[in-house]
Design a binder for this molecule. Sequence first.
Ligand code: ASP
Length: 337
Amino acid sequence: MSFLKRYLFYLLCITPVALGSCTQEKVPTQPVIVIHGGAGYITKESFTTEKEQHYTLALKQALDTGYAILEKGGSSVDAVEAAIRIMEDNPLFNAGKGSVLTNQKTIEMDASIMDGATGMAGGVAGVTIVKNPITAARAVMEQTPHVLIVGKGADSFAMKTGLTIVSPEYFYVNEYEIVYNNLGPHMHNGSTSNLLKDPDKFGTVGCVALDQYGNLAAGTSTGGMSKKLPGRVGDSPLIGSGTYASNATCAVSATGHGEYFIRQVVAYDIAALIDYTGCSITEAVNIVLDKLEKKNGVGGVIALDNKGNFAMQCNTPGMYRAYKKSDGSSDILFFKD
Ligand code: ASP
């Protein structure tokens, strides 16, 4: 073929195919949503039927709200934010209203969100007047060049952005005064505590979702740990530790003793294992939680891959967790076994 003929052949045959493949629609994916409401000393013995009903209802409301968005063709980021907002507004969980107290009896909340399609992420830490910290985290992701904004700067950013602002008293629930008074002098989320057998003090919340376009997202929101020092930041607002999402691998949200999750970079470690070894989501979660346990870290994770496979694992007696898939399957679980 002469050069001219070859050029014409390329122009007429190859170029449209190449261009076509660029603009091709993605194959629709079956949506999946997975949520958690915290890991810790959650046991059958410490549960009444009434308590079970309250938590079931609360988790179902968050799950259904997020899933309805995915079902209508909404994005995984929208679903994650919406599901987490429902749990932040519910005083049963240690996030938003119902957050635990610092050792100064103040409330400081952390949250983050990550978009697996773009790799963009946002977080806030130590916010005190933002009704829904997860929405502030999303605003950081979408409206600033930053990833994490903390303290007064984060509160005033939320105010300027027009997010709902409330007085610090809004977040208080009486139960946490009792929890606070019963705790020893040290910070904890109760996971390892023998002092408290009350599951009410757990409840960091998180969500991972896969939308119809194959896009993953993850988010986490928390009041942190009871009796933490003011200014302490946990794993929840830290991308790679408490939250991570990438369409290439998976979306992860963690809960547990944050310092251990930070040191072990838990959420990213799960994604990296899948990336580097091609192992399954369940294998990756088991390996990383084993590593965590060897370092005495306690807690759990929810993780969802880009094909809709997911894992919900913890090394505590229980973790509030639930999932819903497009094949109609759905479940709400509390206890480890
Ligand atoms: N990971 C949270 C923190 O350390 C607490 C929790 O999940 O219970 O702030």
